[in-house]
Design a protein around this ligand. Structure first.
Ligand SMILES: Cc1cc2nc3c(=O)[nH]c(=O)nc-3n(C[C@H](O)[C@H](O)[C@H](O)COP(=O)(O)OP(=O)(O)OC[C@H]3O[C@@H](n4cnc5c(N)ncnc54)[C@H](O)[C@@H]3O)c2cc1C
Length: 466
């Protein structure tokens, strides 16, 4: 294709989480037969998605990924439009007019449901809501009722570990993080003494990663409490896997170390973290005010092939608050098909499909909204690569949206946003906000303190603009 015959390839990306930003980077590098214009639209005034609003604040090494993402946004090959919500401020019809294609990278921000009686009790929370609060998401209430001495966390994945660690940590160990001030104040009053973490399967069938599990044992002033019986009840199938699966082997060593420490312990720490394996939550019990007062579990046992079967043993564990960390769930986006059972945009290798299976030309998906809310940040890169391979092939075959925009003209999307009164922010605006957060942190001997109210974020980002 010569540049004269072919217009500049113009692509809109919805969502500035890692999936959207990696997609922009890969797109820029993979189109060699034309110039590329890439616009990223993000509903929040700040980029980075769950890396900023999901990853725990005491995990600064993960936050370092932000540096790599920032380099893409700063590279001059991408335009960032913050505070622009697709479906509200811009529509699919608008994008069709201004671009050749759109990539949806809208992620998953809601909690998956856990359908057990009583889950609607007061003080029964979803992990996503709690994470959004302590990570300073601008769209969630700023108050969190942290007054329980005994708390249940349901789930055996890394999000369950994250929220357990944050709930059980003493506030002194959170002081150096970027948590907003009001979050710090609430943590300072946290009266928690015991945190119970429940998993339906056995200790070697957890979805924790070894690094995160080990880290839990390093939290100061907290004992790890295990039931040796849970380890006696082994699944031979899983035991055998220890020989081939390094992750299971390491997890087994961590638990063995904790069991040995527990046996030798002479006095108890102020806070206890109690693991309950082979424990399937079956009901949340409420007190007269409708508040969580206990979790009822049904004991399970191994089925010999990696699964579990129910026993007829039930137990009740008194707690005053409960957090379910049983997964995240994607939300539908306007004008695009949605698989409401899986919480994803239906697609084949990133090409979006209608509900009857036909490919929608020019419409792509990547990241958690493409394949569901599992996997680490790194996985969104390979995801984006697959989606971009399809987009580039479709471009070369002339299968994207066609329009009459002249090659080299920047899309007139900024005029459209202005006409609609959308207070969009740009990359310079994000730099201003970023600098303001760092300055706030410096004044308090911290690297950064997040600015939370959306109005304030927008005001700082748009300072000096007409
Ligand atoms: C609590 C938690 C902790 C985690 N910790 C780690 C960790 O320590 N290490 C690790 O590797 N991974 C971690 N992960 C996983 C990691 O966050 C994900 O793999 C990754 O963020 C998924 O990227 P994404 O871009 O698909 O989605 P997201 O990160 O969710 O980004 C989606 C973006 O799209 C935007 N958006 C949504 N709808 C619209 C719309 N209508 N218009 C405009 N913009 C929109 C959102 O605001 C968001 O910025 C964690 C996940 C969670 C939930």
């Amino acid at each position: 294709m010569s540049e004269q015959q072919q217009p500049v390839l113009k692509v809109a990306i919805i969502g500035a989480g890692p999936a959207g930003i990696y997609a922009a980077d890969i797109l820029h590098k993979s189109v060699t037969d034309a110039a590329v214009t890439i616009d990223i639209f993000e509903q929040l005034p700040a980029p980075y998605g769950l890396v900023r609003y999901g990853v725990a604040p005491d995990h600064p090494r993960i936050k370092a990924i932000i540096k790599a993402l920032r380099e893409v946004l700063d590279s001059g090959t991408v335009r960032f439009f913050g505070n622009v919500c697709y479906g509200q401020d811009i529509t699919l019809a608008d994008l069709r007019e201004h671009y050749h294609a759109v990539i949806f990278a809208t992620g998953a921000v809601k909690d998956a449901a856990l359908d057990i009686p009583g889950i609607d009790a007061a003080y029964s929370f979803g992990a996503a809501a709690f994470v959004s609060w302590f990570d300073g998401h601008p769209d969630v209430p700023r108050y969190w009722p942290l007054d329980a001495r005994s708390v249940a966390v349901i789930g055996n994945g890394n999000v369950a570990l994250d929220i357990s660690r944050v709930l059980i940590k003493h506030v002194a160990d959170m002081l150096s993080t970027e948590i907003p001030d009001n979050v710090r104040e609430v943590f300072a009053q946290n009266p928690i003494e015991t945190l119970h973490i429940f998993g339906r399967k056995g200790p070697l069938q957890v979805k924790f990663t070894p690094l995160e599990l080990r880290e839990l044992g390093e939290v100061a002033g907290v004992d790890m409490v295990l039931d040796p019986q849970d380890f006696a009840q082994t699944d031979e199938h899983i035991e055998n896997l220890k020989n081939t699966n390094k992750q299971i082997l390491v997890i087994s060593r961590i638990f063995s170390k904790w069991l040995a420490e527990q046996a030798a312990r002479e006095s108890a720490a102020p806070r206890q973290l109690v693991f309950h394996f082979w424990a399937k939550p079956v009901a949340v019990l409420k007190d007269e005010q409708g508040r969580v007062c206990a979790l009822k579990i049904q004991r399970t046992k191994p089925d010999g092939s990696g699964g579990v079967i129910d026993t007829d043993v039930f137990e009740t564990v008194p707690v005053q608050a409960l957090y379910r960390a049983v997964g995240y769930f994607g939300s539908a986006v306007a004008g695009v098909p949605f698989d409401s059972a899986r919480g994803v945009i239906p697609n084949t290798a990133g090409r979006v499909q209608s509900n009857t299976g036909e490919i929608m030309p020019g419409v792509y998906a990547t990241g958690w909204i493409k394949r569901g809310p599992v996997g680490l940040i790194g996985a969104t890169k390979s995801d984006a690569r697959e989606t971009l391979e399809c987009l580039v092939v479709d471009w070369q075959r002339g299968k994207l949206w066609h329009h009459t925009a002249d090659a080299g003209d920047p899309p007139q999307i900024t005029s459209l946003l202005r006409e609609r009164g959308v207070e969009y922010t740009d990359i310079e605006g994000w730099h201003r906000l970023d600098a303001a957060e760092q300055e706030l942190g410096m004044k308090n001997q911290r690297e950064r303190i997040k600015i939370v109210p959306r109005g304030q974020m927008v005001q700082i980002s748009r300072a000096g603009r007409s």
